[in-house]
Design a protein around this ligand. Sequence first.
Ligand SMILES: Cc1cc2nc3c(=O)[nH]c(=O)nc-3n(C[C@H](O)[C@H](O)[C@H](O)COP(=O)(O)OP(=O)(O)OC[C@H]3O[C@@H](n4cnc5c(N)ncnc54)[C@H](O)[C@@H]3O)c2cc1C
Ligand SMILES: NC(=O)c1ccc[n+]([C@@H]2O[C@H](COP(=O)([O-])OP(=O)(O)OC[C@H]3O[C@@H](n4cnc5c(N)ncnc54)[C@H](OP(=O)(O)O)[C@@H]3O)[C@@H](O)[C@H]2O)c1
Length: 586
Amino acid sequence: MAIAADLLGDSESGALTKPAGTSSANRKNKISLACPPRNATAAAMQPLIATCGARLRSPRLLGSATAARRSNASAFAFAYALTHHKTQRRCASDASRRPLRMAVIGSGPAGFYTAYRVMAKTAARVDMYEALPVPFGLVRFGVAPDHPEVKNCQEKFEEVAQSPDFCFVGNMAVGDASSNRAAHNPHGGHVPLAALARHYDAVVFAYGASRDRKLGVPGEDLGGVYAARDFVGWYNGLPGSGGDSSRIVADLARADSDTAVVIGQGNVALDVARMLLEHVDVLRKTDMSEEALEALSRSHVTRVHVVGRRGPMQAAFTIKEVRELMKLPGVGLHGFDQATLLPPKLKDLPRAQRRLMEVVVKGSMTPLKEARKSWSLDFCLAPKQFSASDAAGDRVATATFEKTRLTDPFDSNAQVEHTGELVDVPAQLVFRSIGYRSKALADFDDLGIPFDDRRGLILNDGLGRVLRDVRSPDASMTTQPYPGFYCAGWVKRGPTGVIASTMEDAFTTADAIVGDWQSQAHFLAGSEEARAGWDGVRAEVDTAGAKVVSWADWQKIDRVEMDRGQQLGKPRSKFTRTEDMLAVLG
Ligand SMILES: Cc1cc2nc3c(=O)[nH]c(=O)nc-3n(C[C@H](O)[C@H](O)[C@H](O)COP(=O)(O)OP(=O)(O)OC[C@H]3O[C@@H](n4cnc5c(N)ncnc54)[C@H](O)[C@@H]3O)c2cc1C
Ligand SMILES: NC(=O)c1ccc[n+]([C@@H]2O[C@H](COP(=O)([O-])OP(=O)(O)OC[C@H]3O[C@@H](n4cnc5c(N)ncnc54)[C@H](OP(=O)(O)O)[C@@H]3O)[C@@H](O)[C@H]2O)c1
């Protein structure tokens, strides 16, 4: 558990306690750790060693370090033992095989935790392909700016990237150029999946969920109706998010835009509500984009409805996130029909559910009559349509819902029954927050990689091995693992789960890869010849028009963003256009 907390950079673990944005000294230590200077003195190495000891808690690892200390080895040897212990252990267990050559597609938590675990358990060289010039996926572009502690996992990812066996291939999408177009990234490169298949033993799909789900109701395309994914991407500075961002800027500033409806009751919906309700001066101290801060400072939204088709007992949000909303200064909560939606005795509920319901029932710290803004959890309303008024033109003015009835209001798996009764909620802004969605890479069909469009995930065996249908000699079809192809994270199990569960999921995939490698299972191309990895891909694919971003390049961008942030009194000021990110590199 302690190690898991350490890997997540969990501030409560006491292991990596620095808030995001204060890590440059730390980062220097890590670079030195990967390659301690030859002339380092024991005294000079002490802080470094202490950092290592706190961070790398494996008893076996510390055992090796202790042995080095007992044998009166120099500080250099001690730090070296810490760094290279895993390599020595790996070589012993994998003596029969050359290092595994692995490509990871995507640099979010799934990609990094898979790389980390595989490299820790077997001799492996990992190239990580990322469509954007900057790493970390939703940790950078999804996690709310006022949750900096969640981003501490980046420190673990940076440690992974320091390994000489790791290579970051940034600004390089795998598949067609659609992700470059989506990110307005004219200088982004792309390589076909087939090229990776030729130059690696294993390819891991960890490219997350870069689309959003639609409701499929009339009026969804009216002005003022946004996907939460676009709004979240916009306030987090995701290049190209939200299409024309001047629309949301203008919509927030409209004097008549005082009521927003958020559809869905997951944690993303609560993030959206909090950004609309939070005082902008609090957000100014975060890494929220400058454009979003400016727009939110002009926002006229004072009332937010967070609408669910089921009840409180079925809501997807979690206690920490709902409690944050209850504590927002000057923000009140409207009540709901507790008598029909909650069991009479909350104390009989399982502990976690009881605590969550108690927070919902207790409500906001600010009474409504004293509140400058307010919000509500509106239950049992299924979205039916959005309509404009004559005055609003092609902009949304009303969200219409159908009242629902639950098969059993107190059962967390209760299903929805429709009543036919309609309810209108006036709204000038609507955010659809019903989940993200993965899509197949363009060349999946060519390679016969099956994608489940309905669930938005790559078919896999639950352990991360991609599955495909294979015709047996007797002409019947069987589903079998596709040798060498693996998946992890949101593209493996669908767009749910926090970073901790994504880490667990990535570890499961990594363990399957290592197990297959050590048991001499079939991998891509099936040959024992060494694979050339990125060098082989680059030699065969024309990437001339693209600027490939290395880890050192990302570190330059990172430093400039933090310097810009310092001048504004915030941890970081992100570049929101890929051109500006690449301009840092000259
Ligand atoms: C709005 C939001 C807020 C969240 N907040 C929290 C939180 O506070 N705490 C928490 O624990 N969890 C949070 N989560 C959940 C967490 O972000 C996810 O569990 C996690 O990021 C999923 O990791 P992933 O690696 O599967 O996908 P991602 O993080 O999406 O990473 C995928 C990466 O692949 C890249 N990519 C995509 N296509 C390609 C391609 N063709 N070629 C190369 N690269 C590609 C993407 O650019 C991206 O960098 C949040 C999620 C969302 C949506
Ligand atoms: N702070 C954090 O830790 C944090 C922050 C953000 C996100 N995350 C995590 O990221 C993951 C994704 O979050 P998410 O909020 O996008 O997804 P989510 O947790 O799956 O919630 C989706 C919500 O949309 C509703 N919904 C789905 N389809 C609908 C439809 N057709 N009509 C009406 N409502 C519909 C769902 O209701 P039903 O239940 O009725 O289907 C549910 O309330 C989650 O695991 C979440 O915990 C964590």
